[in-house]
Design a protein around this ligand. Structure first.
Ligand code: SF4
Length: 616
């Protein structure tokens, strides 16, 4: 079986540790990771609980393909009620930590309650300890991780929070392997609210398969298919999408979205950025006259043949790191989402400044998307005179001010001065100053790097995503780039939301399927790993079940169809340039069709018939 069939439950209030059998009936229905973790959360907490109260739980969930040779089979999901949104969230991360947890023998780690003082977990296969973390509290991820590896085992993998998670920054994340993160929705703040600083894991067990020989054959076939993906060559590009991701990383999307007119710029006041090239993959890899190159190499998560990760360094003479040798290092470089949020969204065209701000996100444990977009919202408040240097502690928060970006990112990470106010996230920040319309968010979570006036389908995906605005919940890129209208968008969004929920539940990364690996390869691997006669229909239905379960959680938490919306700017102010010049997002036309396709009522509630069809 691809599952270890074990759940590790840690109660921090009672200081207890228990190993329980996995509910196999649920595993067969929800696969693992996102789906299975969501099912456990739904069964175990009151959806109305405060996200930062001890009654919330935080679940680290692997999937049946985590820790296997399935291509990109090295992911885990963190499921909880999000601190940023108050909605159910599942925040996905790769690196090496996920596989280590699986190899320690666990499908799920459920953390409940709250420790009376800072602690960390040490997991060595069946041996689990809750240890004091007073000496680590108040320190960064970059201090915590090597300290714990040195203390226990250099081979151990560490997931931890920085100061941001400790002080309750609403978009704090959980970083593993120094620069991989369960980034979105404030899962780091939930971990911090439990006084849990880190989880150290060393796992040396194997991962069982229902049919090991067949699984190896299927995994090899999927890897070959992925590497030979021809979709981009068919589109006239000289490399496959897989090779493009390896060579250029996701940051290659900067020039593509900018040319199309969907690159959010200066808090979505514009959709094209005059400085786009300067924060693009080309600029990242360009050699400057003095020989400096921002990009050092690419990096890969466990069992990934793509390696889309970027490793970069800031020019040692750049003001952000000059005289600070601790930052003159190679670390996680800009991916597309960080480049948009810390670049064009703030009007900043200095790749070194954006890279430094990205370092701050990794070091102190913040989601770079929400960090950049919240700073951009603050910049708009500043430009409009709603806040002044008296509020910001002297920081001139104007669009394009790269020095201010560097300074304020560090302040947010450490919870210093006005940085702590930005740490509320853009919605709470803008509400505090009476201008909620400046928050470019859905359900309180900030947009990804796609303006929804040019990308209509992405707008629908943002509005209906259960964890708030997100680009990893529906794959509607091809259709959006081909057509700025709304034909077929509702159906494409609905179908891909279900498929992606299923893929997310396997423990594989979403990128292979997004860039052209036929999902049938994934179904076949799940079937060989788990048994149970998995077909495409059953697989997609499992994703649909998960999506509806998440919806049920949110409805019980108090969300309504009024939350399936977009900011006024996207719905009422036409795009000023680009392919969609003059267009607004047509969500009100797409939403009723979408609800109908989902089998939901006009108010966006799953009908009894839908719930019964999905066994919910
Ligand atoms: S494609 Fe990128 S994010 Fe996905 S597993 Fe590979 S390296 Fe990690």
């Amino acid at each position: 079986m691809g599952w270890q069939k074990q759940v590790l439950r840690v109660n921090l209030t009672k200081k207890t540790v228990a190993i329980e059998p996995l509910n196999m009936e649920w595993a067969m229905s929800y696969i693992g990771s996102r789906g299975l973790g969501s099912k456990y959360l739904m069964e175990e907490i009151d959806p109305k609980v405060d996200a930062l109260a001890p009654g919330n739980k935080i679940i680290f969930a692997t999937g049946p393909l985590t820790g296997t040779l399935a291509p990109t089979g090295g992911r885990h999901t963190v499921i909880t009620k999000g601190a940023l949104t108050g909605a159910i969230t599942c925040s996905n991360s790769g690196g090496k930590w996920s596989a280590e947890l699986k190899m320690a023998g666990y499908d799920l780690l459920i953390v409940e309650g709250k420790a009376s003082s800072p602690v960390y977990l040490l997991i060595r296969n069946d041996e689990v300890e809750i240890l004091p973390a007073d000496d680590l509290w108040g320190t960064s991820v970059w201090h915590t991780e090597p300290t714990l590896q040195k203390r226990h085992d250099p081979q151990a993998k560490v997931a931890s929070i920085g100061e941001a998670g400790e002080y309750g920054c609403r978009f704090a994340c959980i970083v593993n392997d120094l620069h991989r993160a369960a980034g979105r929705s404030g899962v780091g703040a939930v971990m911090g609210s439990k006084n849990l600083k880190a989880i150290v894991v060393r796992g040396t067990k194997g991962v069982p398969s229902y049919d090991g020989r067949r699984f190896m054959e299927e995994a090899r076939a999927a890897t070959t298919a992925l590497l030979e993906s021809q979709s981009a060559i068919d589109m006239g590009l000289d490399l496959s999408l897989t090779d493009n991701l390896t060579a250029h990383g996701t940051i290659m999307m900067i020039n593509i979205t900018n040319a199309f007119g969907s690159l959010p710029t200066r808090n979505n006041r514009a959709v094209q950025f005059e400085g786009a090239w300067d924060i693009s993959d080309e600029a990242q890899a360009e050699r400057l006259p003095d020989g400096h190159v921002n990009l050092i190499k690419n990096s890969a998560c466990f069992s990934c043949p793509i390696g889309c990760g970027r490793v970069s360094h800031v020019h040692p003479e750049h003001y952000s790191v000059k005289d600070r040798p601790e930052y003159q290092i190679a670390s996680g470089g800009l991916e597309f989402e960080a480049a948009y949020a810390l670049g064009s969204m703030c009007g900043v065209d200095d790749i070194d400044a954006a890279t430094f701000a990205g370092f701050m996100a990794n070091e102190h444990g913040m989601d770079p998307i929400s960090l950049g977009a919240s700073i951009a919202a603050a910049m708009e408040l500043f430009e409009e005179g709603v806040i002044t240097t008296e509020d910001t502690g002297g920081v001139e928060l104007t669009f394009g001010n790269a020095r201010a970006l560097c300074q304020i990112s560090e302040m947010v990470g450490k919870g210093e001065g006005f940085g702590k106010v930005i740490g509320l996230g853009s919605r709470r920040l803008c509400e505090k100053y009476g201008r909620p319309e400046f928050s470019m968010s859905v359900k309180g979570q900030e947009f990804a790097g796609y303006d929804a006036r040019a990308q209509q389908g992405m707008g629908l995906a943002y509005a209906t995503s259960n964890r708030g605005a997100c680009h990893m919940r529906a794959n509607v890129y091809d259709l959006d780039f081909a057509d700025t209208g709304i034909a077929d968008k509702a159906e494409t969004v609905k179908k891909s939301q279900d498929r992606m929920a299923a893929v997310d539940s396997t423990g594989m990364c979403l990128f292979p399927e997004e860039i052209g690996l036929d999902a049938s390869y994934i179904v076949t691997m799940v079937d060989a790993a788990c048994g149970g006669d998995w077909t495409m229909e059953k697989f997609v239905e499992s994703g649909e079940r998960t999506f509806n379960l998440e919806r049920q959680f949110n409805l019980a938490a108090g969300f309504t169809m009024a939350d399936d919306t977009l900011p006024k700017r996207i719905l009422e102010t036409p795009a000023p340039s680009g392919t969609a010049k003059g267009l607004v997002n047509r969500l009100p036309e797409m939403l009723p069709e979408y609800y109908g396709l989902r089998g939901w009522s006009d108010e966006g509630r799953p009908t009894d018939k839908t719930l019964s069809r999905l066994d919910l």
